[in-house]
Design a protein around this ligand. Structure first.
Ligand SMILES: Cc1ncc(COP(=O)(O)O)c(C=O)c1O
Length: 491
């Protein structure tokens, strides 16, 4: 195709073949892409002159302005050079630009932190199917009401909200949240102690960044929440799994020679995933241990609102005179995880620095959404939504129990389900767990094996059966399938 002397002819002919009037790309984009490609592939080389804009426009039957706009773009990128009186010619480009001389792609070598993170990301659930743990009822979220609120708050958004923010969240949201937490969760707080984050996960990351060094020790409930495990392990912390008994994390079961932890992560209201609640004497023992060892307790209060029968247990933070507890909350369960809104309630001694570090690292923002959420809370929509979800989840759980009745009658052990968004089914062996997970996957059902929530080799087999995010008919179908699959394994 290349003919240096008669470049004008071949360029015009080749461009005419490529231009299509009904393509989504504009004529300028089409001309630009073709010429750039020829330069990169070496069809046009350094010193080649381009036809004049008048000649090209005439030959292609297009406006001269279109040709000039294309050439301007190539000139601006340095692919062409204008020579006084001699028109445009191809610049002398570094060899790297031509594809033939491109080096092979850089081999990917992740950091050891990155490798750990990727190993821990293998089991991320995707899609939204029956039994997905931790997913709220998206079908029951008041979408229209929320969208109306959002529209209004975007419309009335203050100009200052478009700027960089450093206050740790919109003050009206922090004030509304503070009232809610004081009343509903017995959290001791002032709005200045709150930092709004993009979910609990970002709160764990901020705590890890600010309060730990590589190699520091952190105690983690065993079994425990994968998101927190991933955050600590990928940050190079030494994670010591502490067994959970009927009262939650038991400090007296910590290895005798284990170093004093910098952080202790707990879900005392409703341990994830075992479902046990930490009673007050164990809470006091934990607070006492943490104060002696100089450890910060992370209280992850992710779904405490959903209790069926008894009122929610007050927070651990509210018991702590000596303020060694960092309370982490999230709107992912009570509203929806797509919102990416959570928060930290920090001791006074930490609040100011966490606010600064958060602004430095994460560049907080989205104040119109925070403003809408503040109104959602202060007008009572939030507590009404929680009450509605509590009733719906109780019903969904009952539906799942009904579907599992034949298996339970034949010996399947199910958790009491007094709280939360999932039931736990205990199994006898890891082989049984593996078999059920595999058969479910073949049937298009995602089952979460309990063994996945363990870091040590001392794993207990079981299934974490989320019910909040599925409709009753989905739960009925999946539950009946599981009941039958379990019975078949046991006969
Ligand atoms: C124990 C626990 N903590 C926190 C979260 C919420 O995390 P986020 O606010 O990042 O969505 C979850 C969600 O699955 C969870 O199970």
């Amino acid at each position: 195709m290349k003919r240096r002397d008669a470049a004008s002819d071949w360029i015009a002919e080749a461009l005419a073949l490529r231009l299509t009037a009904n393509e989504a790309a504009t004529l300028v984009q089409q001309l630009y892409c073709s010429l750039k490609e020829w330069i990169q592939h070496g069809e046009l080389t350094a010193g080649d002159t381009l036809p004049s804009s008048r000649y090209l426009a005439r030959a292609l039957g297009i406006s001269r302005n279109t040709v000039l706009a294309t050439m301007d773009r190539l000139l601006a990128e340095g692919l062409l050079i204008a020579r006084q009186g001699a028109g445009l010619y191809v610049a002398n480009l570094p060899a790297l630009l031509t594809r033939a001389e491109l080096p092979p792609p850089l081999p990917v070598r992740y950091s050891s932190r990155g490798n750990k993170l990727l190993t821990l990301s293998g089991t991320l659930s995707h899609g939204h199917r029956a039994f997905a743990p931790g997913v709220p009822a998206l079908d029951l979220f008041p979408r229209e009401q929320w969208q109306r609120l959002l529209r209004r708050h975007y419309y009335h958004a203050e100009m200052a909200w478009m700027d960089y923010q450093t206050s740790g969240g919109l003050p009206v949201l922090k004030a509304a949240l503070c009232d809610y937490l004081r009343l509903s969760r017995a959290v001791r707080c002032q709005p200045e102690q709150i930092v709004i984050t993009q979910g609990a996960q970002q709160a764990f990351e901020l705590i890890t960044q600010l309060l730990t060094d590589h190699g520091d020790s952190v105690w983690m409930e065993e079994p425990g929440y994968g998101g927190a495990q991933a955050c600590f392990l990928a940050s190079g912390l030494t994670v010591t799994p502490i067994p959970v008994d009927k009262e939650g994390l038991n400090p007296s079961l910590a290895p005798k020679n284990a170093p004093a932890p910098r952080l202790i992560y707990v879900t005392p209201s409703h341990q994830y995933p075992s479902g046990v609640t930490m009673p007050v004497p164990r809470r006091l023992a934990l607070l006492e241990y943490a104060s002696r060892a100089g450890s910060w307790i992370i209280e992850d209060d992710y779904d405490s609102e959903f209790r069926y029968g008894t009122p929610p247990t007050p927070s651990l933070q509210g018991l702590a005179e000596q303020a060694s507890v960092i309370y982490v909350g999230t709107f992912s369960k009570v509203l929806n995880p797509g919102l990416r809104l959570g928060y930290l309630v920090l001791p006074d001694t930490l609040a100011h620095d966490f606010r600064r570090a958060h602004a430095r690292l994460h560049r907080e923002g989205n104040y119109p959404v925070q403003s809408a959420l503040a109104e959602f809370i202060t007008r009572g929509h939030f507590t009404r939504h929680i009450a509605r979800m509590r009733a719906a989840y109780r019903q969904r759980q009952a539906c799942l129990r009904t579907a599992l009745t034949p298996a339970v009658a034949a010996g399947l052990r199910l958790s009491d389900g007094h709280a939360g968004m999932h039931l736990l089914a205990e199994l006898d062996t890891i082989e049984e767990e593996e078999m059920l997970v595999k058969r479910a996957s073949e049937a298009g059902i995602t089952l979460s094996p309990l063994s996945r929530y363990y870091l040590s080799e001392n794993k207990r087999p079981g299934l974490v059966l989320g019910y909040a995010g599925s409709t009753e008919s989905e739960l009925m179908n999946a539950g009946e399938w599981l009941s039958e699959a379990w019975r078949r394994l046991h006969h």
